[in-house]
Design a protein around this ligand. Structure first.
Ligand code: SF4
Ligand code: SF4
Length: 408
């Protein structure tokens, strides 16, 4: 694609990056077939190619309107288009640049600003979110159905082993996951303990910054990124082998720290190192399959599950088939899931900001996941887990909980 960026952006770091991404797009339209919003709405401007045109026009100096913002807001940032694109267009990075510029140029309504401010103020703060969830649990019976369905039951954490092994890895606690499902990291810690690795948390680390970043408070998100780097750095220097992340959405963000801070003279090198050490939990387990061999109980007859691969896992981290192989090793039978490349509609705060589109995607996803009549659904990201559980009718758990539960 030929470009002629406007003077005000052309030579800035964002302009240079956007230009190189835009030039790779050859308008072929292959990406339209796998875009969930294009599938639902049938409007070219709600497709990757249409959004790329809108961002190109803006970067070339055309007026930016509420219409541009609307079509970018409707994008899930699922990155299915990146997986499909034969030219390697990094749509997600372009969308970050485009959204940031639209935010500067188009004033949102007061209600929209307030909703976004509320989300970025509550979700990344573990204590605040935990308190709100506890209140929601107390008053669930009197809450409207739409809200009550988002308040999950307590999931007991279980024991956490002492850090007794020479091999150590850091684990990201995150923001909402410790309140919604403390059982996930606890299961990971117990499983890792069985294969001779201690998982440790750095107390000062917190939210990975993804929620804030995707709500377009990009500078503020860098504050979370730097805080985590500062919290992890002494452990990295002390020999931590990896930074393990049990939510694939957070994993995508941490693997991007190096890119996000590449122009920061104080943090660029450290951020690059942190990104290099970041591992989705499935990547670590896949490397330790020998150590796990023979540690599982014999299969029983309630072992049929459907696996929902989050967009952040398959399109963001490009991890495909790894979790499924681990689940089979543990004795599970996987039921078929049609259209498994499509988003469930969770997408960070999308289910709150774009509830109608999100609901339609959720209905389709639940129908696909339950079509093989699984006893349970497994997934790899807390946002998808909580979202799918609102209407699945069968339990939804992180796959690491299921695998750890199979240890003899
Ligand atoms: S990120 Fe997802 S929703 Fe957005 S344009 Fe790409 S495929 Fe469509
Ligand atoms: S598939 Fe890639 S090259 Fe083709 S239109 Fe979509 S983004 Fe552009």
């Amino acid at each position: 694609m030929q470009t002629q960026l406007a003077d005000w952006i052309r030579d800035t770091p964002a302009g240079v990056e956007a230009d190189s991404i835009l030039r790779k797009c050859v308008h072929c339209g292959f990406c339209l077939a796998t875009c969930p919003t294009y599938n639902l709405l049938g409007d070219e401007l709600d497709s990757p190619r249409g959004r790329i045109y809108l961002m190109k026009q803006m970067l070339e100096g055309a007026p930016v309107t509420r219409r541009t913002q609307l079509h970018l807001d409707r994008c899930l940032t699922c990155r299915a288009c990146e997986t499909t694109c034969p030219s390697g267009v990094e749509y997600g990075k372009l969308a970050d640049i485009g959204r940031n510029l639209v935010e500067e140029k188009v004033q949102r309504t007061g209600g929209d600003r307030l909703r976004r401010w509320f989300l970025k103020t509550t979700l990344p703060h573990r204590g605040l979110f935990g308190f709100a969830l506890a209140v929601g649990r107390v008053f669930r019976a009197v809450l409207p159905n739409a809200v009550a369905s988002r308040v999950p039951e307590v999931r007991p954490r279980g024991a956490i082993p002492e850090a007794r092994h020479g091999r150590r890895m850091l684990v990201l606690a995150g923001c909402v996951q410790p309140s919604l499902a403390p059982s996930i990291n606890a299961s990971a810690a117990r499983l890792f303990d069985r294969i001779g690795i201690s998982l440790v948390e750095a107390p000062q680390a917190g939210c990975c910054g993804a929620v804030t970043h995707h709500l377009n408070y990009q500078e503020e998100a860098l504050g979370y990124v730097k805080r985590n780097i500062d919290a992890w750095w002494p452990h990295v220097e002390a020999g931590a082998e990896a930074i393990v992340i049990t939510a694939s959405g957070c994993g995508t963000m941490v693997k991007d720290y190096g890119h996000l801070l590449r122009h920061d003279p104080d943090y660029a090198a450290k951020a690059e190192r942190i990104s290099g050490l970041a591992r989705d939990v499935s990547e670590v387990i896949a490397g330790e399959r020998q150590a796990l061999a023979g540690k599982f109980r014999a299969p029983d007859d309630r072992m049929s599950i459907a696996f929902h691969s989050p967009c952040s896992l398959q399109h963001g981290l490009k991890i495909v088939g790894t979790v499924e192989a681990i689940l089979r090793d543990a004795g599970f039978t996987l039921t078929p899931v049609p259209d498994s490349h499509l988003c469930c509609g969770s997408a960070g705060t999308y289910s709150i900001l774009e509830p109608e589109l999100s609901k339609r995607l959720l209905h389709a996803k639940v129908s696909a996941l339950t079509s093989g009549q699984p006893a349970e659904i497994a997934t790899a990201n807390i946002g998808c887990l909580a979202h799918i559980a609102t209407e699945s009718g069968v339990p939804v758990r992180h796959w690491i909980e299921l695998v750890e539960g199979r240890l003899a």
